[in-house]
Ligand binder design. Structure first.
Ligand SMILES: Cc1cc2nc3c(=O)[nH]c(=O)nc-3n(C[C@H](O)[C@H](O)[C@H](O)COP(=O)(O)OP(=O)(O)OC[C@H]3O[C@@H](n4cnc5c(N)ncnc54)[C@H](O)[C@@H]3O)c2cc1C
Length: 464
């Protein structure tokens, strides 16, 4: 990388915040998927003014720049080359006091999702975006990917919970979008445009986030089920139940066994079917609401569709059952090379889609293993392939590429999306045509050009 550029970066943020050692360039040049990448250099600014000065330098020296946060992304959206500067926002980690009247909080982009939760909890409020990566993922990353997580069915995705964004354009200009207003119908909504733009349009430095009170009491159910018909049956029953649904997750027995083997966690259910449903609900304050829920549960058990089940009322018991679901991604990561698909189909067709996708996999006759889990209630399953038999990476990838060629047309048949919540990055770029029309993609290119005329911000991500 140009030595004069590096020197000017050091003058801007301080020499110790410009990293050029190979291990740092590797660490910041790739995300959780370990898609191979290495940055030319890494810069760690502390303030919006420093971010602005860095972007200004990138424009002057025509250096491509890749913003990143916690690097837990699952789409290869921070994958760098040696031409690129990795701009990591983690040092921008200020959290302002909660505005309890407006139910908002102003934070910098590098605050972790969990630190935000802990901060707001003290005021009896929460930012309701919850995902297994919360200890490491950052608000800038959550907004830039429009993160979903395990409570989308109740609260929606990250974009619903933002009322202002401060961002820096590639020229270095700082823009303030929406100023925390609840209502603002004055033309195009640029704040919403930045959310989910995966660092390709501007660098988010601060945001005002909307908050809500968490449920007073919650309850979790873990059900062991025979097949997708039973899973669908339970989902229908939950949808017409006399309580508020917060999460409806599912995973296969294979996923559970992986979590038990790799992370030493235990499922207390004795009778195990092929699938599990993990359901979180809000329990109202009145005794009659609990009675209605108990009646609903007993009717459900009488219907004979559930192999085994448990109810978790205490927060300890709830953490224990949730650890089974939340450990899946980590347990697979520990087991070898993984290929991930984060899909969305209309929820009423999710079971049919999964059955057809599994049939495609059976036809593959591959030694790689398929793990199926995810956010069933959103119609958003994750299909993960693990190279468990140690196939050479070339054979593994070529077999999965073969599967992919059949999977995406199937997804199109179901009117699905190639990315439910992880984003496009580079891993799904070739398949965006299955989810977006040519007219939409030509608007994408025009928008990209308007924000970033020289193509310096996270180039090659989402679209070419
Ligand atoms: C165990 C595990 C579980 C997960 N579960 C979920 C889940 O349930 N739901 C879900 O949606 N995701 C999930 N993810 C994926 C990931 O955690 C999310 O995509 C998260 O929002 C990424 O945040 P991050 O800070 O790690 O971003 P990074 O990985 O650092 O970056 C992701 C993208 O955001 C851009 N970006 C980051 N910061 C900025 C910024 N300040 N300005 C502009 N662009 C920026 C990057 O350029 C990149 O395009 C999971 C990941 C793991 C490892």
């Amino acid at each position: 990388m140009n030595p004069e550029f590096i020197e000017k970066l050091k003058q801007t943020v301080g020499a110790s915040y410009v990293l050029t050692a190979e291990e740092d360039r590797l660490q910041y040049g790739r995300d959780w998927t370990r898609t191979p990448g290495i940055a030319g250099a890494v810069v760690l600014p502390k303030t919006t003014q420093e971010v602005s000065a860095v972007l200004n330098l990138c424009t002057e020296f025509k250096i491509p720049v890749i913003p990143s946060g916690g690097r837990t992304g699952l789409a290869g959206a921070i994958t760098a080359t040696e031409r690129d500067l990795a701009l990591n926002l983690s040092r921008l980690n200020r959290i302002d006091p909660v505005d309890t009247l407006g139910r908002t909080v102003r934070v910098q982009a590098g605050v972790t999702t969990q630190a935000l939760h802990e901060h707001c909890e003290k005021e009896g409020l929460t930012w309701p975006i919850d995902l297994a990566a919360k200890g490491t993922s950052e608000i800038g990353g959550n907004l830039s990917t429009n993160a979903g997580g395990v409570r989308v069915i109740r609260y929606g995705m990250a974009r619903r919970w933002v009322s202002a964004i401060q961002a820096v354009l590639i020229s270095g200009e700082v823009i303030e979008l929406n100023q925390g207003l609840e209502k603002n119908n004055t033309g195009y909504d640029l704040l919403q445009l930045l959310i989910g733009s995966e660092g390709t349009l501007a660098v988010i430095t601060e945001a005002t986030l909307k908050l809500c009170p968490p449920p007073i009491h919650s309850r979790a159910f873990l059900f062991s089920l025979r097949d997708y018909e039973s899973l669908n049956y339970v989902y229908q029953k939950v949808r017409s139940a006399p309580f508020i649904l917060t999460s409806f997750e599912f995973f296969s027995d294979k996923c559970l066994r992986q979590v038990e083997a790799k992370l030493g966690r235990n499922c207390k259910l004795e009778k195990r079917g092929a699938l599990f449903a993990l359901i979180d609900v809000e329990v109202g304050p009145y005794p009659q609401e609990k009675d209605k829920m108990d009646q609903w549960l007993s009717d459900l058990l009488d219907a004979g569709k559930i192999e085994d089940g448990l109810v978790a009322d205490s927060s300890n018991d709830q953490s224990e059952v949730w650890a089974l679901r939340e450990g899946i991604t980590e347990s697979l990561q520990m087991s070898g090379l993984v290929r991930k698909y984060d899909l969305c189909v209309p929820v009423k067709r999710c079971a049919d889609f999964l059955k057809e996708a599994e049939a495609l996999y059976s036809n593959l006759k591959t030694k790689s293993e398929l793990f199926v889990f995810g956010h069933y209630g959103d119609g958003s399953p994750h299909l993960n392939f693990l190279n468990s038999e140690g196939l050479s990476p070339e054979i593994f990838h070529s077999e999965i590429n073969q599967f992919e060629k059949e999977l995406y047309p199937l997804l199109k048949k179901f009117h699905g999306s190639v990315s439910a919540e992880h984003g496009v990055g580079i891993l799904k770029k070739n398949w965006v045509v299955y989810s977006r029309s040519p007219a939409e993609l030509s608007l994408y290119r025009a928008i990209k050009k308007a924000f970033d005329p020289n193509g310096l911000l996270n180039p090659g991500k989402i679209i070419d």
